[in-house]
Design a protein around this ligand. Sequence first.
Ligand code: HAM
Length: 424
Amino acid sequence: MPPSQPIKAARGVRDIMPAERAVWSVAERAAHQVARAHGYQEIQTPIIELAQLIERGVGEETDAGGKELFRLVKRGHEELVLRPEATAGVVRAYFQHGLTQGPQPARLYTTGAMFRYSQPQAGRYRQFHQLDVEAIGDASPAYDVECIEIAMGWMGGLGLRGLRLELNSIGDQVCRPAFIEKLVAYYRPLKDRLHPDCQRRLETNPLRLLDCKEEQCAPFKAKAPRITDQLCEACAAAFAQVREMLDGAGIECQLNPYLVRGLDYYTRTVFEIVHEAIGGAQNALGGGGRYDGLAAEIGYADTPAVGFAAGFERVVMMMGAEGEEVIPPPAALLLVVPDGPLLKEAAEVGRLARAVASTAVDYSERSLKAKMRAANRLGPRWVAIMNQEEARRRVVQLKEMAGGEQREVGWDELPGILEAELRA
Ligand code: HAM
């Protein structure tokens, strides 16, 4: 029985079609380039991780590490999930493969698909892709700034303007507990007037009260105690150094005392890069910060680290809106167009030409006229037309599509001629 409706893609995922894929390639190449230029090495960790790693690392109470986790059907003893982000996996790999013994910090980056079962909306998908950059094994705030420079450098290099860097410090295990106590003491008497989500946050994750975007909570938030007024000496000094080094790098930032981020592992510096043209809650192109407590949370030795991730979907969308235009290359530079049943001969010409230029062959049974119409839509630089008599003489009519010039060329000369034309 065929299905009652044609089968479409799942909700919240998207196909990247060839024209858009060309823009992604530009973004990917730039990502590798900027990360390598700062001495970062590529790593690839699995898309599947143990549930425990994500629940402990990202935090079970967070959206990404809790209710939005894609859980796989349990097989055997392992509880597996699709990774909602890369940081926990990269840190796990750092320890598991002894990078603790190598140069510190380990500078690592990765790109790939992440999965969060969230409500799909513009700019928010259930499968999305990140550039993720991590410096693991050193507590210097200089690495915080290095990560910010990589993030801004990547986006700026792709032609994005109108970027705004938002910066905050959320303290550490020394000063944060006292701040949270203060925050809870402030919000407790207001509980009944808070949005239900915030009533819950007050009990489970009070820091996230500061992240609330509900209008009904806004007046309370405006008067709430600020973490940056409560930082311990070490956190305050680190925060000052981050700002000073940003200044030295010529990177402007906007201090945002409400920026707390949606994942549990952060300490001290947190940041987001937002784009002024994207409204709503999905306006962050990237974000990150320091996470000195994550390693211990997943069972390894205390190790300071910092990093960020940025979403390809959002960056590519903004490239379309304001980045430099990317003109997708033609599917093939040369199209071989046999006039008549010359499959074997056309294939041979294709093989010869392919050594120097991308070459496709029209194997259809259409008329020559129909094949030429199809060639116009495909947009190769040249077509090589050949009828039975020409095939016998091992020649093609090589036609430049733009200029319309045509000349007879022997099969064996074809690669050399194409090569010379490409070099010219
Ligand atoms: P995040 O803020 O959850 O951080 O995600 C970083 C970026 O990934 C976002 O700014 C956004 O561009 C993109 N993103 C997140 N969720 C979605 C979605 N559902 N659809 C489309 N794009 C999305 C992290 O993931 C941390 N691991 C960053 C980090 C690395 N912190 C330290 N190291």
